[in-house]
Design a binder for this molecule. Sequence first.
Ligand SMILES: NC(=O)c1ccc[n+]([C@@H]2O[C@H](COP(=O)([O-])OP(=O)(O)OC[C@H]3O[C@@H](n4cnc5c(N)ncnc54)[C@H](OP(=O)(O)O)[C@@H]3O)[C@@H](O)[C@H]2O)c1
Length: 337
Amino acid sequence: MAKGVDPAKVPYKTLYTGARMPAMGIGTFGSDKYSPEQVSSAVYGAVENGYRLIDCASVYQNEKEIGAVLGHLFEDQVVKREELFITGKVWNDMHGDGEVIASCKQSLTDLGLSYLDLYFVHWPFPNYHAPGCDGNSRNPDSRPFSTEEFMGVWRQCEQLLEEGLVRHIGMSNMTIPKLEAVLTLCKIQPAAIEMELHPGFQQPELFDYVQKHNIVPIGYCPIGSPSRPERDRTSEDVADTQMPEILEIAEAHRIHPAVVCLKWAVQRGQVPIPFSVKEPQYISNLKCITEDPLTDEEMEKIRLADKNCRLVKGQVFLWAGAKGWEDLWDVDGIIAK
Ligand SMILES: NC(=O)c1ccc[n+]([C@@H]2O[C@H](COP(=O)([O-])OP(=O)(O)OC[C@H]3O[C@@H](n4cnc5c(N)ncnc54)[C@H](OP(=O)(O)O)[C@@H]3O)[C@@H](O)[C@H]2O)c1
């Protein structure tokens, strides 16, 4: 642990069940750029160096490789299963009757685990794209959000929890109107919601809404996803690590702008899950949240720098007749049809 971080020094969040989740995790989406082997060996290194939260998903196509690495970590006595907090996600093509259960069981087999700590509905509709597709790709079967369909998926998540295959369930890529439609129908509440969060896209209303409902916000693309796939890039996108406010704070602390984004995230109260396959990066990402915090003035400066710039617009999930990617996010305050 000479280079890494003592996991006991990493802050944590308490879920509504009383369970603890580390305040930072490692992402595992290789962005169509890094191979399953590169990602899984980074998971080994990350855990060796103090990470205890691992954000997985079946669509990242690397759960088998991560499972093999988890097996080595347990055999090598680097960590015990109960010390890890491992998440999974059901992909959009597995929303039908019984399919959520089957998909979770497949993830458990691939990961070599008997339970997941948290299982997410990755997107709130059954619209999917082929892995590695480009931004113009559309699926003719795509359709708008339906409360009834979503609750069919959620009931299966509740069943997974009742059967002990998962300890908590969560949602991802939600909006306030969609949460308003479904939260009162849940028998088991979401413990966490995964959403895009970084200095250039702070989603203050959704962030506050989630916290008020005792749900932990998990922030994806916390560094502004500089290696994201082409389909998720437009010329208007703001690069968080180039924002003048971030650069200024980085200079004052003599740190990389990426870690300014992560300090801000944890101090604000969300759980960032930065991705990296590079050891110096993933170590400094975890270490930065245990030392040299940002000042209140710096936190306020970043709050005011929000650009409302969504990076993962999700246009590949649009249905025929949708006006544009904004329809996926209910920007008018009502669920787009
Ligand atoms: N729920 C969802 O729908 C959803 C959507 C997207 C992502 N996610 C999850 O969120 C995770 C993180 O998102 P992300 O991977 O898109 O974006 P990200 O974490 O914001 O960006 C990752 C990239 O940032 C760079 N980086 C990392 N640490 C750095 C450091 N210390 N200094 C400089 N550069 C650094 C690396 O670029 P280089 O590789 O070029 O060095 C790395 O590939 C994913 O892996 C996935 O687990 C979930």
